[in-house]
Design a protein around this ligand. Structure first.
Ligand code: OOG
Ligand code: NI
Length: 459
C-alpha cells in the first residue's frame, strides 16, 4: 500500500495553492503579503522576547504561512459537501456566527484544524457563510434565486469522487492528494462570466448586495485571503504608501502590550468586470465588487469570563462612539476604545491569574528539586512557564464590520436578530464544535504533562 498523505499536509498544500491563485487573481493581495512580511520581520527584530516566545512554543514558523479565507455558499447541500471536503483536509466546523443582527443575511462557521499539532503544522481556516433566503422579503425573488442555486454545481466531478474515495479509504496517497487539491481549488476560482442575466443581477443586488454575490456566479469564489501580521497598526499605517486604501478603523480590541483575541482590517473590494447573459445567447459587460484584502493580528484566546469582559467593553465603547463608515470619527473611536479597555488587565500574569485567558504550560530549564505540586507555586519558583494560547477563531462584531465595509457602506437594511443554529447544523449535517472546550482541552493537557514531569523528577 502506498503511504497516505496526512490531512495536515493536504491542508498546507491547499492553502499555498489557494494563495498562489488569489495572488494572480487579485494582485493587491500580493502587495499586502509583501508589506506584511516586511512588518513581521521588523517586529521580530525589535522584540526579541516575542521572537523567543514564538520559537519556544513552536509558533514562529507557522506565522508567515498563516492565513484565512472566506466563502459564501448558497444552499445547505453545498455546505454539507463543503464540510466533507474540508474534513479530508483536517478542517472542522468550529463556532456559529449569526450575522443577521448586522444586517447580513447569512450565518457562518469557521472550518479549521483542531488540536495543537494540526494547528502548528498549518492553521489554515475558511470562514464559511451560508445564505439565508428566509431573510429576503421578496418572495418571488427568493424563489427565483432558489431555482438558480438549485441548478448550479459548484464542485467538479473529480472533487466529489476523490472526497468519496478519501472517506472510503481513510485518506489517500500522494498522487490523489495532489489531484484533490487542484480539483477543489476550482470551487474557489473567480468566474468572469455570470450565471444570470444583468436584469436579474440588479434585482438581486437591490434586495441585498450579498444576495447578488452568492446567486449570480457559478461558484463561491474566495472573496479574501488574510495573512497574519505581528503589528497591525503598522501595516494599517503603511497601506497607503503601498497604494492600498485601508478601511476606516481596525476591528476588535485596541492596541495593547498583551494582544487579546483578534484585530482585523481590510481594504475595499475591487470593482471588477463581469459578463452577464443578455437573454439572447450573448453577453453584456458590467461590473461587480466582491473581492478584497484583509490582515489580522491574533492574540490570546479568552475564557468565557475573559470573553464576557471583552464583549462588555466593546459594547460600552460603541455606546460612546459608533465608528462611522467614512472614517470621520476614527480617532475618537480609537481613543474611546483605548480608554474603555483600560479595565482589561494588560500583563500576562494578571490575565492568567484572573482566569481571563488560556495558556499552555511547559517545564523550564531550571534544575533542582521541589516539594511543590501546586501549579501557581511551581510557576513562582520558576519551574514552570506559561505562554498564551493563540485565538484561532473569529469575532461576530468584527466579521460584521468586515462584511459591511466590503459590501459597501451605503444604506443598511435592518433584520430581526434571528440566529438559527439548529437549521445551520441540519444543513451541514453535523454540530459545530465549541471553541472554548477546545482551548480548555489544550490548556488542561499541558498542565497535566508539566505536573507529571515535575513529579517524576522529584520522585
Ligand atoms: C466574511 C467576513 C468575515 C472575518 O475575518 O471576520 C471574515 C465574508 O466577507 O464573507 O472573513
Ligand atoms: Ni476575514
Amino acid at each position: 500500500m502506498p503511504e497516505k498523505v496526512s490531512a495536515s499536509d493536504i491542508r498546507a498544500s491547499f492553502s499555498s495553492a489557494m494563495s498562489a491563485m488569489y495572488r494572480e487573481e487579485v494582485p493587491a493581495y500580493g502587495t499586502l503579503m509583501e508589506l506584511v512580511a516586511r512588518v513581521n520581520q521588523q517586529a521580530l527584530a525589535s522584540d526579541p522576547e516575542l521572537k523567543s516566545r514564538l520559537e519556544a512554543t513552536d509558533n514562529l514558523q507557522r506565522i508567515s504561512e498563516e492565513r484565512h479565507g472566506a466563502i459564501r455558499l448558497g444552499t445547505a447541500a453545498e455546505l454539507a459537501m463543503m464540510g466533507r471536503i474540508f474534513a479530508v483536509m483536517g478542517m472542522y466546523p468550529v463556532g456559529y456566527y449569526d450575522l443577521s443582527t448586522a444586517a447580513v443575511p447569512v450565518h457562518s462557521t469557521a472550518f479549521r484544524p483542531v488540536g495543537e499539532e494540526a494547528l502548528k503544522r498549518n492553521p489554515f481556516r475558511v470562514f464559511t457563510s451560508l445564505l439565508r433566503l428566509d431573510l429576503i422579503a421578496d418572495e418571488d425573488l427568493r424563489r427565483e434565486a432558489q431555482a438558480v442555486l438549485a441548478e448550479r454545481q459548484i464542485f467538479t466531478h473529480g472533487a466529489v469522487s476523490l472526497t468519496e474515495k478519501a472517506e472510503r479509504e481513510s485518506g489517500f496517497g500522494k498522487e490523489d492528494a495532489a489531484r484533490f487539491v487542484s480539483e477543489v481549488l476550482e470551487t474557489f476560482r473567480w468566474h468572469e462570466k455570470a450565471n444570470v442575466e444583468l436584469s436579474m443581477y440588479h434585482r438581486l443586488h437591490d434586495a441585498h448586495r450579498l444576495l447578488a454575490d452568492v446567486v449570480s456566479f457559478k461558484g463561491p469564489h474566495i472573496n479574501h485571503l488574510t495573512p497574519r501580521t505581528l503589528d497591525i497598526d503598522k501595516v494599517q499605517a503603511l497601506m497607503p504608501e503601498y497604494g492600498i486604501a485601508p478601511k476606516a478603523v481596525i476591528e476588535g480590541p485596541p492596541t495593547r502590550k498583551c494582544p487579546i483575541l483578534l484585530r482585523q482590517t481590510s481594504f475595499k473590494a475591487l470593482e471588477e468586470p463581469v459578463s452577464f447573459q443578455d437573454g439572447k445567447g450573448g453577453w453584456q459587460a458590467a461590473t461587480h465588487t466582491a473581492r478584497f484584502g484583509e490582515i489580522e493580528q491574533r492574540g490570546v484566546a479568552l475564557t468565557p469570563n475573559g470573553r464576557a469582559l471583552y464583549d462588555k467593553l466593546l459594547n460600552d465603547t460603541r455606546k460612546i462612539v459608533r465608528p462611522a463608515a467614512d472614517g470621520s470619527n476614527a480617532a475618537a473611536y480609537a481613543a474611546a476604545l483605548a480608554d474603555t479597555f483600560k479595565a482589561f488587565p494588560d500583563d500576562w500574569a494578571s490575565i492568567r491569574s484572573k482566569g481571563l485567558g488560556y495558556f499552555t504550560y511547559a517545564v523550564t530549564e531550571k534544575v533542582g528539586r521541589t516539594a511543590s505540586v501546586d501549579l501557581d507555586t511551581l510557576i513562582a519558583e520558576g519551574f514552570i512557564r506559561f505562554d498564551p494560547i493563540v485565538y484561532e477563531d473569529f469575532l461576530p462584531v468584527s466579521a460584521a464590520g468586515i462584511f459591511q465595509s466590503n459590501l459597501g457602506d451605503g444604506a443598511q437594511q435592518e433584520f430581526e436578530a434571528s440566529p438559527n443554529q439548529v437549521r445551520f447544523a441540519a444543513g451541514l449535517g453535523a454540530q459545530v464544535l465549541n471553541e472554548f472546550d477546545h482551548y480548555e482541552g489544550i490548556e488542561k493537557a499541558s498542565i497535566e504533562a508539566c505536573l507529571n514531569a515535575i513529579q517524576k523528577r522529584s520522585a
